[in-house]
Design a protein around this ligand. Structure first.
Ligand code: SF4
Length: 383
């Protein structure tokens, strides 16, 4: 959510909007990134196997009268052997494969196009089954490579500072569509981390997000450690509780100000689920030392960067083991605020750190291609 919105925000309206359409299919070195290479099946309105959990596959096997162990075999082909066609599933009987092909396809969808930032960040555009588009941001660093995935087309939450929010809600993604952003990424094998911070509020699509997390982290799936995954939320409390109980992935909560009235102006969700209640819920759980809780804090000059805010945050988080990520804001139309200076952000970080709150300033990436936090939007492609 925030992250892609952030990736997409800077100079959005200063740059001409044309750059949004400057997606390409070659990388900077001129290598062809043919989106359809490795995709051997036609999309024939068959149901996708990709994105099914082991339980889903067991149900399919049972409905088709296939032996129970077929489900595990299919899961292995999908998530461990990276099959691109049902025919490649050679340890599944020929008869079973033919029966599967009648009704199903793998269902991988290559990226439609991409843009590359001067800092190496890439923003990928994917088309989903509804015909709408979503964006994902690939952020390579020295020692890690992170993909920021979307969980919805647009978003219902209407945060005042976010381009995805301005797009409005245009649909939910399935687990397969969430995971396809990872699996169909040309840099898939290089990925070290995934953050659910792209378009949409992940906990507003909890079932499909949970399914995608199960597939990423289960032994029968990709077998990733949950420590490689962070799910970001603005704090929808009932879904938050279910998420904390079900998943071991890291949690990032969007705070942006410790004060109720101010937060309400920035984030309508504050009316239903105030940040103080969200933090009380988090306090009820034991996250152990392995699981990280962080708070995202987009900084707006003169609005949420004062000594009073340091005091407010310190009071709100009192004793909670967590960290704060400060994020520079990039102006968007219809929202008058600007980011504080780098110096002011350093001051804020140091003040919070001096109160014992681990605080970092998150580096801004992909600004020139609108891939920074708060900047993702496919409004143009979807209209
Ligand atoms: S509107 Fe709010 S919840 Fe939705 S993507 Fe933007 S920041 Fe995230």
């Amino acid at each position: 959510m925030i992250f892609l919105a952030y990736l997409c925000n800077i100079k959005l309206w200063g740059c001409d909007f044309e750059s949004r359409s400057q997606y390409q299919n070659v990388d900077q070195a001129g290598h062809d990134l043919d989106p359809y290479s490795g995709y051997t099946e036609n999309v024939m309105n068959k149901e996708a196997l990709y994105g099914k959990t082991l339980d889903d596959l067991k149900e399919i096997a049972s409905e088709m009268g296939l032996p129970g162990f077929t489900a595990k075999q299919i899961a292995e082909w999908l998530y461990k052997k990276d099959a691109t066609s049902i025919d490649q599933m050679t340890n599944v009987s020929k008869k079973a494969r033919s029966a599967l092909i009648e009704k199903y396809e793998i269902g991988l969808v290559p990226h439609h196009s991409f843009q590359e930032s001067v800092d190496g960040t890439k923003k990928y555009l994917f088309k989903v089954a509804s015909g709408k588009y979503i964006e994902s941001a690939y952020i390579p660093e020295k020692e890690r490579a992170t993909l920021c995935v979307s969980s919805q087309v647009g978003c219902k939450m209407d945060c005042a500072f976010c381009m995805t929010g301005k797009q409005g809600f245009q649909g939910q993604l399935t687990a397969g569509e969430i995971l396809n952003q990872i699996r169909s990424l040309p840099e898939f094998k290089k990925l070290t981390n995934v953050v659910y911070m792209g378009m949409g509020e992940p906990l507003d699509n909890l079932d499909e997000v949970q399914k995608s997390l199960d597939i990423l982290t289960s032994d029968w799936g990709y077998g990733w450690s949950p420590k490689r995954i962070t799910v970001s939320t603005i704090g929808i409390i009932p879904a938050l509780k279910l998420f904390i109980e079900h998943s071991k992935a890291h949690l990032a909560v969007s705070m942006h100000t410790p004060f109720d009235e101010e937060r309400l102006e920035l984030m309508p969700i504050q009316k239903t689920y105030p940040i103080s209640d969200v933090i009380e819920v988090i306090r009820e759980y034991d996250f152990g030392r392995q699981r990280r809780i962080s708070f995202e804090y987009i900084m707006f000059k003169g609005l949420n960067d004062t000594k009073e805010h340091v005091k407010g945050i310190t009071k709100l988080l009192n004793g909670l083991r967590c960290r704060i990520n400060l994020i520079r804001f990039h102006p968007i139309p219809g929202f008058e605020h600007v980011s504080p200076s780098q110096k002011a952000m350093h001051w804020f970080r140091d003040e919070l750190s001096s109160k014992g709150i681990s605080t970092t300033i998150r580096q801004s990436r992909g600004e020139d291609i609108f891939a920074a936090c708060g900047m993702l939007s496919t409004d143009k492609q979807n209209s």
